[in-house]
Design a protein around this ligand. Structure first.
Ligand SMILES: *Cc1c(COP(=O)(O)O)cnc(C)c1O
Length: 221
């Protein structure tokens, strides 16, 4: 029996998602063969969370793949992905934003970034608090960074079965996004993305206004 599992998964998500919601196929830990099957099914956006793994895969896969970086990024590794990365979802410090800007300038590019917020109850997840980010954004230092574009926000909800908690966390990110969109980013049409939702909670995320859904196991397993 021919196994079209990945193809079917991709098609199912594409049919299910409302207009304006894009699928980021999270290919970390998955093989070139699996990524190629998703590619053949029409998927072009892939997300990776480790620099080394991303570089190795990119070398061997079609050049029109749009690579997104979704994991914690160390400042000393930005230079490796700066020549090609399409979107960094996980900018979680001003230093990382500055280094991204520096590497983008070196490559004559403008790199699209999302700012990662901490909305989950777990201590271990990366990201700014709403308060921290407000402080950074009113400081205007980031406005001098001409080689990055802040295109929106990203966050992960708590790892819990409690759907109400997940819904409340996504809703808090959406509300913060709306606050920035009519405030600091009022004149920035590129500020339009909300990256939230994974395999287990993507339907709640979409209901709460997600535009970029990051799905790994739901596509590849
Ligand atoms: C791994 C990962 C995902 C995908 O998780 P699944 O549960 O496999 O869908 C999404 N976002 C981030 C940041 C990840 O690290």
């Amino acid at each position: 029996m021919v196994n079209n599992r990945i193809t079917n998964n991709i098609k199912r998500y594409k049919t299910e998602f409302p207009a304006g919601v894009r699928l980021v196929a999270v290919s970390k830990y998955h093989t070139l063969e699996q990524i190629q099957e998703a590619y053949a099914a029409g998927q072009r956006i892939f997300g990776e969370s480790r620099v080394q793994e991303l570089l190795l895969k990119r070398e061997q896969l079609p050049v029109d793949i749009e690579w997104h970086f979704i994991g914690h990024l160390q400042t000393n590794k930005v230079k490796h992905i700066a020549p090609f990365i399409a979107l960094i979802h996980s900018v979680d410090s001003l230093d990382l934003l500055k280094e991204t800007n520096r590497c983008a300038a070196k490559n004559n590019r403008i790199i699209d970034c999302l700012l990662q917020l901490h909305i989950a109850e777990e201590e271990t997840k990366y990201g700014f608090s709403f308060e921290e980010l407000r402080k950074i954004l009113v400081c205007n230092e980031w406005l001098e960074l001409k080689n990055i574009r802040i295109c929106g926000l990203m966050a992960m909800a708590s790892f819990t079965e409690d759907e109400n908690q997940i819904r409340n966390e996504f809703a808090s990110l959406k509300a913060f996004y709306e606050e920035l969109k009519v405030g600091i980013f009022a004149n920035s049409p590129e500020f339009k993305e909300l990256s939230m939702g994974m395999s287990s909670d993507y339907s709640i995320a979409i209901e709460q206004g997600s535009t970029l859904v990051r799905i790994g196991s739901g596509v590849f397993v």
